[in-house]
Design a protein around this ligand. Structure first.
Ligand code: GDP
Ligand code: MG
Length: 370
């Protein structure tokens, strides 16, 4: 019948050759990496490696999943920065995101009409930059609370005619808490009342020190209305990213985070995910929070359907069993069975922890009445 080399099988399972050899040895089959094994042996050892944990106790599928992810091999390569824009209300966050999207997102199949999918990426002369386009600080905070480290660089927008305001300070705190460097965009520079020097002075009081004040924070004067300075801002972001030496493995199974999700009447559950490592492909099986599924289609911000998405690239995913939460992680797994198993175990765990939490608060109520 059919045969397969141990090396090929290992690659299919995203495992090291040595681990398959070891598993075969345990089954009493002596084989080196370059030897071929027959079909039945291949099925047995595959089950031994990939599915063994699925039938064991409830924690093990997750362990098997993590082991699979850990086993991904490949050299880390430079990846694009992921940027969040923050700042006080009406200082021009939406205008800035819209301007960059309108002028820099490559026109796709859909005739140049960009889609709002919660994030987008642009090509600049200095490389690709991804922007998270989630509404406001709340989304950022909730994702951070869920442990998702998404943002490499925070652009703090400050209106040149208004200066540092409460939410400007909040944005600075968020960036610091996330350990993400700040680039300041001094916006509305087209206005006659613009006073960029005042903005720099006020930021100095927040220990955000401009380069021309002897500090290391790039501050770029822009207008989200006329487009003045936007290219300089993109250059500044690229420069900041270079310093960070951002890297990710782009080969192998993808893993990342959900940025936005919804239930679409026609298309079912849709989730915009940010790939953080590996490459997400059409047809992949994945676990996504407590949901699972097979990638039926990928959409980018131009409405085009790419076959795959690599590190730092946001992409909309169709084909999930349900709507995941923003901030949920996702990971590609070998087959649907494992995907379903892990998702169901997570669901059980989530329900259990909710029960424990509500039992706890009921107990508190009872205690309070005593
Ligand atoms: P957000 O609340 O931070 O998202 O701010 P918006 O992008 O909604 O902008 C608030 C207002 O400022 C809107 O009326 C914009 O048209 C205006 N605005 C934004 N950027 C500029 C700019 O660079 N110049 C001028 N003159 N107006 C701007
Ligand atoms: Mg806005």
């Amino acid at each position: 019948g059919d045969t397969v080399t141990v090396a090929d099988l290992a690659q299919k399972l995203a495992l090291k050759g040595g681990e398959v050899v070891k598993a075969l040895f345990k089954m009493g089959v002596m084989a080196t990496i370059n030897q071929s094994i027959d079909h039945d042996t291949a099925v047995l050892v595959t089950e031994e490696l990939g599915h063994k944990a699925v039938r064991a106790s409830s924690d093990d599928a997750e362990d098997a999943l993590l082991a699979l992810v850990d086993n991904d091999q490949g050299e880390a390569q430079a990846r694009p920065p992921v940027v969040t824009i923050m700042g006080h209300v009406d200082h021009g966050k939406t205008s800035l995101l819209d301007y960059i999207r309108r002028t820099k997102v490559a026109n796709g199949e859909a005739g140049g009409i960009t889609q709002h999918i919660g994030a987008y990426h642009v090509e600049t002369p200095k490389g690709v930059i991804s922007f998270l386009d989630t509404p406001g600080h709340a989304a950022f905070t909730s994702m951070r609370a869920r442990g998702a480290k998404l943002t490499d660089v925070v652009v703090v927008v400050v209106a040149a005619d208004d200066g540092v305001m409460p939410q400007t300070k909040e944005a600075i705190q968020h960036a610091r808490a996330a350990n993400a460097p700040i680039v300041v965009a001094i916006n509305k520079i087209d206005k006659s009342s613009a006073d960029p020097m005042r903005v720099k002075n006020e930021l100095l009081s927040e220990q955000v020190v401009a380069e021309d004040f002897g500090g290391d924070v790039q501050m770029i004067e822009i207008s989200a209305k006329t487009g003045q300075g936007i290219d300089d801002l993109l250059d500044a972001i690229s420069l900041q990213a270079e310093v960070l030496e951002l890297k990710a493995v782009s080969e192998g199974r993808a893993a990342g985070v959900v940025i936005e999700s919804s239930l679409d009447k026609g298309r079912g559950p849709v989730a915009t995910v940010l790939v953080q490592s590996g490459t997400l492909k059409k047809g992949d099986y994945l676990v996504c929070g407590v949901q699972y599924g097979r990638v039926r289609a990928l959409f980018d911000e131009t409405g085009a359907q790419p076959d795959q998405a690599g590190p730092s690239i946001p992409v909309q995913v169709l084909g999930l069993s349900g709507v995941p939460d923003a901030g949920d992680d996702f990971v590609v797994v070998e087959d649907e069975r494992l995907a379903k198993e892990v998702a169901q175990q997570r669901e059980v765990k989530r329900r259990e922890s909710r029960l424990v939490a509500s039992a706890g608060s009921r107990m508190e109520d009872i205690m309070a009445q005593l």
